[in-house]
Design a protein around this ligand. Structure first.
Ligand code: ADP
Ligand code: MG
Ligand code: MG
Ligand code: MG
Ligand code: MG
Ligand code: MG
Length: 756
């Protein structure tokens, strides 16, 4: 969440009159940032995760697991706790770099330009943020991690500490659970604590009360204005999972089709609720889901653009690997992931924009929701062939031309001209008038309500923060061991991509197809995904060290086929950026790799020859027969290179291997996803009638079981590798020691609290 400005939000009828104004000034603000900072280089790698939690409230007497709506109180307590810690810093040194983005005005220190990473306590004063659901929390480390492999060992401990801290502010019947989607959100009966009946005037949902929404005025306004702009409630339909006793066709008996409380109640009767699907009708179903996101600061805008592009094809793969959302509104669905639910939950497109009615009043037919997969690549490198941007992607030509006239390159201008086809949904009357040189609020209004799989984040004006990229597709995992493993893997993958100059491009329409496949039940074992065949072809050139050529670090069996055709693709003249980021990247890559065999070739030939269908196992773990190293393979190449130079200690390598083991085994199917675990649990529950229904009783037992797994009280060897709790139990491992003293204090407090 960005800064939650207070003010008077405009209803849609008024906000829409200011839409052009906000867009125009948003673009001015972007141009100010662009001109000031496009040549900024030398920023260090900084990165940090975001984890979202459901606050579960147990009612053991009636065997019900509900969502606790105490977000506000819990956050206030956590804030008081953070303030207290800041006043009385503990003696213990935290080894994490200082410098968090100030999000709510109270966040940790921001790094001064050129400041070296320093050891201090900030990382152990985590930042907790509000989220859409009044039953949700979000946490980030108090300060981002830096560009050292050693920091990777701190991630799990820091996450665990954050969870304990959150838990310490909860009541004894409450727990923070990192579960992507609450199985009975919107199901009949009591699913919130306290109980509220569905049907408030904001969402007008047949299933959800308005009280599940964060009470900050921004959230109800977003909710209502999306509905108003669209002209109806959002309509999300996820396919039902047909079990042996599920009636066919499936006509959901839990939809109150006859309700007549709001005009929108008619939506369900008039076609919005599809048979054979689980119908959901409110923003809360999607924005009330939890995810795991990772943000990186790149050394320059060029590097950020390359990182962004490389992440795009990785997005669906990581979605499938992290799948954790198989149940919606009390029904088993035929998909394993949340993404499409969120996409539908904020789909503010009108009927004309959706192509349901001919264009008359609106400007564009828009193929996707504002929450969806990325629509275009943006890197200005020859390896980014124009053919890859093959999506039908509406842009505002006036905005693009204006950006180009004012000095932005066409590719990036096109990206923003696409984001800016959207209207601002929430406008605060008091902040309409801004100084475009100093503020980026209008820009962020549109930018941060384009929720795509990857986000390219320009530096906020007047801050020392550089160009950043956020990886956003992953579902949150049940344990911090897993959340750390996914984070560490993505961090190492970026390092491998940048250091080895890898090329992941494939047509963006194929990435979208992969997104669809990633949702399918047990996608890891049943689906094939498009991926680029040769990740080393051609090398785009690394701005941080053009002399680097890690190809020589490749083992024989994965060397790229040589030679490649040296024909240029005609994509502009800026084939390689000057080397200006050495210092920022040097600590994190092999510095001397012998015998460069760089080829200046840029690709030619049909794009269709560049990619193929792979299993997730092949994409992640590689395929010797296909001469494909796999994503873990390239990470290992990168690490082996560093290891040869003595830059990776045995302890660090061991910690990293703990993380890679999870990713490797999820991909090869020897461990299952949480989605599969949850399905199996439901199937084997004695009360399950094989009719796709996840009852209150089943849900209670499921949530308890998940909670027990997280606490290490219930073995789940099919889900987690042996030894996954090493970091929790072995206090000698460094991955258990981030904020160790603080954590010990919390342990003591909770032990004495539970003493009779
Ligand atoms: P948002 O909700 O807007 O995506 P958050 O502030 O919640 O962003 O999270 C951003 C993450 O990025 C945090 O983990 C934070 O530690 C990390 N971070 C903060 N500053 C930087 C920076 N300069 N570069 C990279 N990551 C950063
Ligand atoms: Mg956040
Ligand atoms: Mg933000
Ligand atoms: Mg969030
Ligand atoms: Mg985020
Ligand atoms: Mg889009």
């Amino acid at each position: 969440m960005g800064l939650l400005a207070l003010g008077t939000p405009l209803p849609w009828s008024e906000a829409k009159q200011h839409a052009d104004y906000v867009r125009e000034h948003g673009i001015e603000q972007l141009l100010h940032i662009w001109h000031r900072l496009k040549d900024r280089t030398g920023d260090r790698l900084l990165w940090g995760d975001e984890i979202e939690y459901l606050v579960i409230s147990y009612d053991d007497e009636s065997k019900n697991a509900r969502l606790s709506l105490r977000q506000t109180e819990i956050l206030q307590d956590l804030q008081a706790d953070a303030d207290e810690r800041r006043r009385t810093p503990s003696r213990e040194e935290s080894p994490v770099a200082a410098g968090a983005e100030s999000v709510n005005g109270t966040a940790a220190k921001v790094l001064e330009d050129g400041q070296t990473p320093q050891k201090n306590n900030e990382a152990c004063i985590p930042v907790f943020h509000p989220e859409y659901g009044r039953y949700m929390l979000e946490s980030t480390p108090g300060a981002p991690y830096g560009a050292t492999l050693d920091d990777l060992l701190l991630v799990e401990g820091n996450m665990r500490f954050r969870r304990k801290l959150a838990k310490s502010r909860m009541k004894s019947h409450e727990v923070p659970l990192t579960l992507t989607s609450f199985p009975r959100l919107g199901a009949p009966g009591i699913f919130t604590d306290p109980y509220y009946p569905p049907g408030g005037g904001v969402a007008r949902s047949l299933f959800l009360p308005d009280e599940i929404t964060n009470e900050h005025v921004r959230f109800p306004t977003l909710t209502a204005n999306i509905r108003r702009r669209r002209g109806s409630k959002v309509a999300i339909n996820m396919p039902i999972y047909f079990d042996e006793n599920t009636p066919k066709p499936f006509v959901d008996p839990t939809i109150p089709r006859d309700r007549n409380l709001w005009p929108e109640d008619a939506n369900a009767r008039e076609g919005a609720a599809l048979d054979n699907h689980i119908y959901m009708d409110a923003m809360g179903f999607g924005m009330g889901c939890c995810c795991l996101q990772i943000t990186f600061q790149a050394c320059s805008v060029g590097e950020a653009r390359r990182m962004y592009d490389a992440f795009v094809p990785v997005g669906p793969i990581m979605l499938a690997l992290s799948a954790a959302a198989p149940i919606f509104r009390g029904w088993l669905s035929d998909v394993d992931c949340r993404w499409d639910v969120i996409a539908g939950s904020v789909d503010d497109r009108t009927a004309e924009e959706r192509g349901v009615k001919p264009l008359q009043h609106d400007r564009f037919v828009i193929p996707k929701s504002r929450y969806d997969s990325v629509d275009c690549y943006i890197a200005d490198t020859p390896s980014n062939r124009p053919e890859y941007n093959d999506n039908d992607m509406p842009i505002d030509p006036k905005i693009r031309d204006h950006l180009v006239e004012r000095g932005m390159d066409k590719l990036l201008a096109t990206h923003f001209a696409h984001l800016f086809i959207r209207d601002p949904i929430v406008i605060f009357e008091e902040t309409l008038c801004q100084d475009d040189e100093k503020s980026s609020d209008h820009f962020e209004n549109i930018q941060s309500t384009n929720w795509q799989t990857v986000r390219f984040k320009p530096p906020p004006p007047g801050s020392p923060i550089g160009w950043r990229v956020e990886f956003r597709s992953m579902e949150v995992q049940l344990t911090d061991y897993e959340n750390a493993a996914f984070s560490v893997f993505i961090v190492l993958l970026t390092r491998a991509i940048m250091s080895l100059g890898l090329n992941f491009y494939l047509p963006i329409s194929k990435v979208d197809e992969n997104m669809h496949r990633a949702h399918r039940r047990d996608a890891i074992n049943t689906q094939k995904f498009y991926f680029r065949k040769n990740l080393f072809d051609p090398k785009p050139g690394h701005p941080c060290d053009p002399s680097l050529d890690a190809l020589s670090a490749l083992p024989e069996d994965v060397s790229p086929r040589q030679p490649r055709s040296p024909v240029a693709n005609g994509f502009g003249s800026h084939s390689r950026e000057p080397s200006h980021c050495e210092s920022s990247c040097s600590s994190h890559r092999p510095s001397r790799v012998p015998s460069p065999v760089r080829s200046d070739s840029t690709p030619s030939g049909p794009v269709e020859d560049e990619y193929d269908l792979f299993t997730i196992n092949e994409i992640v773990n590689g395929s010797p027969e296909r001469n494909f190293p796999g994503l873990i393979g390239v990470v290992r190449i990168y690490l082996d290179g560093l290891e040869k130079e003595g830059k990776v200690s045995a302890e660090v390598r061991k910690g990293i291997e703990r993380s890679l083991e999870l990713i490797r085994r999820r991909a090869d199917g020897s461990l299952i996803t949480l989605a599969t675990y949850m399905r199996r649990f439901v199937h084997s529950h004695p009360a399950y009638k094989h009719d796709s229904a996840v009852t209150q009783e089943i849900n209670y037992d499921l949530i308890k079981a998940l909670d027990e797994i997280e606490r290490g009280e219930r073995p789940a060897p099919e889900l987690l590798p042996e030894g996954w709790r090493e970091g929790y139990d072995n206090k000698d491992g460094r991955w258990s020691q981030c904020c160790g003293a603080e954590e010990a204090k919390l342990d003591q407090q909770s032990a004495s609290a539970s003493d009779p």
